[in-house]
Design a protein. Structure first.
Length: 282
């Protein structure tokens, strides 16, 4: 199914918005030349997949504390990939650094040690460092130019991108936060986070303090960063049963969308969607 968009307000993007739904069905929304189309395929594997990431020419699938898997171009078949080494399991939500081409992830050993693993562009090398003094299991991470931010229930940890990963842990009071965007601001780290309200967290690393500001109390859905300063958001209209794909400025998240494409059927609310540019057409 395809839907035209207003020629005056086309999304200046080409790629796919993908998400894993119930029964391991991968939903894929293609955007090309202002046109939006939908495809759905079932993953033929026993793996429970929650999240997809584009890494170079690969499409990788992740679950909760499971191995990583590689999908074929048709988004259908899976094979195990030992991304973290030593057959370690991987947390469900890694982070691809578009500036360096590296993939950052959290791996877990059998004894519970949590490790920050960085896989180089092309997956030729990896470097690992234990994440020290973690208060609870890590689920998410975010990247700034100078820092890695680790997210756990009730805590956020900020560590330098290089050297020992002895993070400054700050209590947040938020369970299962989902990072949307992160950047450095002087001595502070600024985070956009879903709790599920959209909040701005300003973290003072040296003082180990955090300021939480609610930007929008309603639940919002994002599909990740298109680049360092723009986010792709999903906006649902329950009256018309449509979903808008909106390009928004991370620096002014409350401003109107920079551009929009309308999908004429709703994208399921339970999908954890990810923007994947320039992957093979299916």
């Amino acid at each position: 199914m395809a839907s035209p968009t207003d020629p005056a307000n086309l999304l200046p993007l080409s790629g796919q918005l993908v998400g894993v739904g119930r029964n391991s069905v991968i939903h894929s929304v293609h955007i090309r030349d202002g046109q939006v189309s939908y495809h759905g395929r079932c993953v033929r594997s026993d793996a429970v997949v929650h999240h997809l990431v584009a890494f170079g020419s690969l499409i990788l699938a992740f679950g909760d504390d499971s191995p990583a898997y590689e999908l074929n171009a048709a988004l259908g078949m899976l094979r195990r990939v030992d991304l973290a080494g030593c057959r370690r399991t991987v947390a469900a939500y890694p982070k691809h650094d578009s500036a360096t081409g590296e993939l950052h992830l959290v791996a877990r050993d059998r004894d519970g040690v949590q490790t920050h693993v960085v896989v180089s562009a092309g997956a030729f090398t990896r470097r690992c460092r234990p994440v020290l003094d973690t208060p609870t299991p890590l689920a998410h991470l975010a990247l700034t130019g100078d820092h890695v931010v680790f997210f756990a229930d009730g805590f956020v940890g900020v560590a330098p991108r290089e050297g020992e990963a002895r993070a400054a842990w700050i209590e947040t009071g938020a369970d299962a936060p989902r990072p949307v965007h992160a950047h450095d601001a002087g001595d502070s780290v600024v985070l956009l986070v879903l709790t599920p309200a959209l909040e701005r967290w300003t973290v003072q690393v040296d003082d180990r303090t955090i300021e939480r500001e609610v930007l929008d109390p309603s639940s919002r859905r994002f599909a990740g960063e298109v680049d360092g300063g723009r986010l792709l958001e999903l906006v649902d209209d329950p009256q018309s049963l449509t979903t808008d794909l909106c390009l928004v400025d991370a620096a002014d998240i409350a401003a109107p969308a920079m551009s929009t494409a309308r999908f004429v059927r709703p994208i399921p609310l339970d999908l954890d969607c990810t923007w994947i540019p320039s992957i093979p057409s299916v």
